[in-house]
Design a protein around this ligand. Structure first.
Ligand SMILES: Cc1ncc(COP(=O)(O)O)c(C=O)c1O
Length: 375
């Protein structure tokens, strides 16, 4: 454990060297296509300023964020790096009418997802800039995106442009299963759009889609979660060597003995029939562990080299571990429990809380101490 302030009880270790390595792995995997980096929602909690800077310095030339203000901030962080060419920053929310100055002033690209946005983009910006946008078509997810029926109007706009659109993308609803008929249908629809809409680059796959093989890579891929190494992506029977970037530690606040038949935590949900010992950790749902965690799931935390079980309800600032099996002299107040690390994954916690690793990451609490490992 790195040096942390004495009053700290919860630490997020964010390994930027691993993020960088993951990006290289994905970028190599998709050659001759390239990997952009999706760093919206503060780079899935890992820190958009830091992740963006590290990847931009390493040669990543296209970033995706969701909101316009995320993009403006990212540009302010990347500009002083004086990279040539400056990385492109694409705004997944698209074009926000009346904000032409922001897009032009900060060199941002809208990911246009409706015909209204397209009209506004074209009417509010100089014709020489019109092609500097990415068109996002919905091919079957029924979330955000231009409809396939919009393609005729898009083609009309395209005719008056000097250059083809910078990019054309779609997003898969279920990108883990190449046999899923919806994945196949979405790909067919995307393929049928490509000859209709003049474009310079095409992209369909996010992280899992990379595992669907080269037919899904087109000109670039858009990994988010994979950059943070959170789950292995099956690839032609192999697994990509992605490494989890986040480790989470909680400090032992106290150890206590529990009498036989006594309960632990709010709601007395856990009764220690035979009694035992618990370690109370200074990390709760305000920091990390979702309160909805189902503690009947096989979930463990590493403490003093032992894998021990969380018991009782997670409270706002604290959680409790059953350390009955750990020799008493091995654990004391001030020690650190590894809640997430190479042995205990965010995925396991997400599963036990009936949610996804995306949600666990993007809800990392603000008060925990962030220790960033530089490449
Ligand atoms: C349009 C788009 N592309 C790429 C991504 C990145 O997806 P993932 O984190 O699964 O790689 C997202 C994530 O929400 C997205 O909405």
């Amino acid at each position: 454990m790195a040096e942390v302030p004495a009053a700290t009880t919860a630490v997020f270790k964010i390994d930027l060297a691993r993020v960088l390595s993951n990006w290289h792995v994905l970028n190599r995997q998709v050659r001759p296509a390239f990997a952009a980096a999706v760093i919206k929602a503060n780079a899935y909690g890992m820190g958009a300023d830091e992740v963006g800077s590290v990847l931009a310095r390493a040669g990543c030339r296209l970033f995706f964020v969701a909101r316009l203000d995320e993009a403006v901030r990212l540009r302010q962080v990347l500009k002083p790096l004086n990279l040539t060419p400056q990385p492109m920053i694409a705004v997944l929310d698209g074009y926000v009418a009346g904000h032409a100055g922001d897009y032009q002033g900060h060199g941002l690209m809208p990911v246009i997802s409706s015909i209204e946005q397209l009209r506004e983009w074209v009417s509010e910006n100089d014709p020489s800039l019109h092609h500097r946008a990415i068109l996002h078509f919905d091919t079957g997810m029924n979330r955000i995106g231009l409809s396939l029926t919009d393609s005729a109007e898009v083609c009309l706009y395209s005719q008056s442009m000097l250059d083809p659109w910078w990019g054309l993308i779609s997003h898969l609803a279920n990108d883990e299963d190449p046999t899923d008929p919806w994945v196949i249908l979405q790909k067919q629809r995307f393929d049928s759009l490509l000859p209709q809409i003049p474009h310079q680059r095409a992209s369909l796959a996010a992280s899992s889609g990379i595992g669907l093989g080269h037919g899904y890579h087109y000109d670039f891929v858009r990994p988010g979660l994979g950059l943070y190494g959170l789950y292995p992506i099956a690839l032609e029977g192999k697994t990509l060597p992605l490494q989890p970037a986040l480790s989470v530690y909680g400090r032992v606040m106290q150890c206590r003995t529990v009498d036989a038949g006594a309960a632990v935590g709010y709601g007395a949900t856990e009764v220690m029939e035979d009694g035992g010992r618990v370690a109370v950790i200074g990390l709760g749902y305000a920091d990390f562990f979702p309160r909805s965690l189902d503690l009947n799931q096989p979930l463990t935390v590493k403490l003093a080299g032992y894998q021990v079980r969380p018991i009782g309800r997670v409270s706002m600032d604290l959680m409790t571990l059953d350390i009955s099996q750990v020799p008493p002299d091995r654990v004391k107040a001030g020690d650190w429990a590894e809640v997430v690390g190479d042995d205990n994954s965010v995925m396991a916690i997400a599963t036990a809380a009936s949610t996804s690793p995306y949600e666990v990451l993007t809800r990392l609490g603000s008060r925990a101490y962030r220790h960033r490992v530089q490449p």
